[in-house]
Write a protein that binds this ligand. Structure first.
Ligand SMILES: Nc1ncnc2c1ncn2[C@@H]1O[C@H](COP(=O)(O)OP(=O)(O)O)[C@@H](O)[C@H]1O
Ligand SMILES: [Mg+2]
Length: 222
């Protein structure tokens, strides 16, 4: 097993009330497995993915990734694990404005331990995603859908063991969405585990994945 979460809980405060945004979420993923989480807005999907990605701390439960209890890792170890082994595509746009598209995609290699040149792989990913013509532009010149594809390329650059994708196709048309799902499916065929949140099944018809539903912080295996 590559990823296992057990009874994960995240509490948030709203005014004087505390509520469980994530309420006992349990799931497991083997290498090469493709899992899709669906659920209404506000049901806790992004919070759960953030906890698994190590950018949000949990209040209870266990997250075990690649044999390590991630809640016990310090910030440095967590950053290293994330950069080397996890490709995280958050729901918002996270790019560095003063770097070109190509430099943004190559960033995980500059930070990580592998020092071989990432340029060819980065350009190939940009090509697959249909934005290679933008490689030398800056993020401020890109549309929302183009920025989304930039962060997908960046997440795939280091051939991660786990891809965590939070609504990765929400601002893409169906053709580009299908290309993204196909890229993820190829990664899964190569042994990468994929955990994605989506609102729509479009483009997933021919992909072998397991479905979960999130409701009021609770996760059920469909
Ligand atoms: N930092 C935060 N502080 C307080 N409440 C939050 C915070 N982040 C998210 N929430 C609340 O937690 C719930 C789950 O949010 P989220 O995980 O973003 O849901 P989803 O991704 O399923 O739309 C929502 O009710 C949201 O308002
Ligand atoms: Mg969300």
């Amino acid at each position: 097993m590559l990823l296992e979460t057990k009874r994960v809980v995240k509490r948030y405060k709203r005014g004087s009330q505390t509520f469980n945004a994530v309420d006992g979420a349990t799931l497991s993923l083997d290498p090469g497995e493709f899992a899709v989480i669906k659920g209404h807005s506000g049901s806790g999907k992004s919070t759960l993915l953030g906890i698994i990605a190590g950018v949000i701390s949990s209040d209870d439960g266990i997250v075990n990734f690649a044999g390590q209890d991630t809640s016990r890792l310090d910030d440095n170890a967590l950053s290293k694990l994330r950069n080397d082994k996890i490709g995280y595509i958050p729901q918002g746009h996270t790019v560095l404005a003063n770097m070109t598209v190509l430099e943004n995609v190559c960033l995980p290699r500059y930070i990580g331990e592998r020092k071989d040149s990432p340029t060819a792989k980065a350009l190939e990913l940009l090509e697959r995603l249909g934005i290679s013509q933008l490689a030398r532009q800056y993020p401020s010149e890109l549309s929302g859908g183009e920025l989304r594809r930039l962060s997908i390329a960046r997440a795939l650059l280091n051939s991660p063991e786990l891809i965590i994708a939070d609504e990765p196709v929400s601002d893409l048309d169906s053709e580009k969405a299908a290309e993204v799902w196909n890229l993820f499916a190829e990664a899964a065929n190569g042994g990468t585990a994929v955990l994605a949140v989506t609102h729509s099944d479009n483009g997933l018809e021919n992909i072998n994945c397991k479905y979960f539903t999130m409701q009021n912080g609770g996760l059920t295996n469909d």
